[in-house]
Design a protein around this ligand. Structure first.
Ligand SMILES: C[S@@+](CC[C@H](N)C(=O)[O-])C[C@H]1O[C@@H](n2cnc3c(N)ncnc32)[C@H](O)[C@@H]1O
Ligand code: SF4
Ligand code: SF4
Length: 348
């Protein structure tokens, strides 16, 4: 996480514990330490640059160059809102750099920002980067979210895929409630959007917070059957995560400017760890799996999940873990207390 600064203020932003709360930037030496931590044990070959808006970092070019030159980094993933990319056009067109552009609607970011993002997309398209190195994405954050602007961009740049998230809760009052209610309010528009995408040969792929299987009826899924009869589209759908009922979430690990890590932004308040307490990235990921993920399938936010085979077979966590984080923490506390009691008895 290069910086807390962002040029935008998206209402849904799940990094809102940090974003625009300070102007803290990562130093070059802390950046190098974070990169060594991620790539050091050979289990990872790519590094993501995130923020805030990473391209606002005053030494962004230097940090990116450092990573491009690092032979351990086979890929660099830049997470960006795309508005300021013109500042670094030459550098970001390096073949190692993959760009995930979070495309916001003009009414959310204002016409000037939207037009600048579009100019940058035009430029990247002319450089033929859309073939392999660019993915456009959308955060579906309210029941009437707009998507026509994105459809236009996807068609203009001849895209056959798009990254989608049903936004995860970013405020205390939207967490720890029955997420089924939330998915119900969102699904009408999500399905209409997916129908329009697929009818244009564009396949969505979920990033965060995939809609659980139980939230969709056979009647609602019926209109999508026809796309499974079309050879190449069917293959693309099978490669994406929209066709199966698996709803899983694994630690992404965001490392902050002070070298504390969080499991993901959605759980940032409850998962801070100092990376210097861990030998390497694998040890840290395993720590998160042991202390958070292990309880994800033993906790529920809805009575409907109790007997569900998708939960019992570890195939559905119910969406983002933030929906039941208090439950997860209380089971974690209980388990840790039992382990500590057991160790105490053994030492007596
Ligand atoms: C926090 S942003 C930082 C990077 C950059 N400013 C951007 O917008 O891409 C990183 C990623 O988080 C995603 N994101 C932000 N808020 C989210 C939410 N509430 N739920 C799911 N994804 C979210 C964005 O789509 C983006 O890909
Ligand atoms: S999602 Fe990205 S662009 Fe939007 S406020 Fe958060 S950090 Fe900024
Ligand atoms: S575990 Fe819960 S959210 Fe997931 S499919 Fe089953 S009932 Fe639905």
């Amino acid at each position: 996480m290069l910086t807390d600064v962002c040029n935008l203020h998206c209402p849904y932003c799940f990094a809102n514990e940090f974003v625009n709360k300070s102007d803290t930037e990562i130093t070059v030496s802390a950046f190098q330490k974070a990169v060594d931590f991620i790539l050091g044990d050979g289990s990872h070959h790519s590094v993501g640059l995130i923020g805030g808006e990473p391209t606002t970092h005053s030494r962004f070019a230097e940090l990116l160059t450092l990573l491009i030159k690092d032979r351990r980094a086979e890929a660099i993933v830049l997470y960006t809102n795309g508005v300021l990319l013109d500042r670094y056009m030459d550098l970001i067109t390096h073949k190692k750099v993959h760009i995930l552009i979070n495309c916001n609607a003009p009414e959310d970011i204002g016409d000037a920002n939207f037009k600048r993002m579009c100019r940058n997309l035009d430029h990247l398209y002319q450089k033929k980067l859309f073939e392999d190195n660019i993915t456009l994405g959308i955060n579906m954050y309210k029941p009437d979210f707009s998507y026509s602007y994105l459809m236009e961009l996807l068609l203009k740049y001849k895209q056959d895929h798009v990254r989608v998230s049903i936004t995860v809760p970013n405020m205390e009052n939207t967490r720890n409630h029955n997420a089924h209610d939330y998915f119900q309010t969102m699904k009408g528009r999500v399905l209409a959007f997916f129908e329009e995408l697929l009818s244009n040969g564009i396949v969505p792929n979920f990033d965060c917070n995939k809609i659980p299987h139980c939230q969709l009826t056979p009647k609602e899924l019926e209109p999508f059957q026809k796309y499974m009869e079309q050879g190449p589209l069917r293959d693309a759908i099978m490669r994406s995560n929209i066709h199966d009922s698996i709803v899983k979430c694994t630690p992404v690990v965001d490392i902050r400017q002070d070298l504390t890590a969080v499991r993901c932004f959605g759980l940032s308040e409850v998962s801070k760890q100092n990376i210097s307490d861990f030998k390497n990235i694998t040890e840290l990921i395993n720590f998160y799996i042991r202390t958070i993920d292990a309880y994800a399938y033993n906790t529920v936010y809805s009575a409907q999940c109790v007997a569900c085979k998708h939960r019992k077979t570890l195939m559905c966590s119910g969406g983002c873990l933030a929906f039941k984080i208090n439950e997860i923490l209380s089971v974690q506390q209980y388990a840790e207390q039992r382990i500590s009691d057991f160790k105490g008895r053994k030492n007596e």
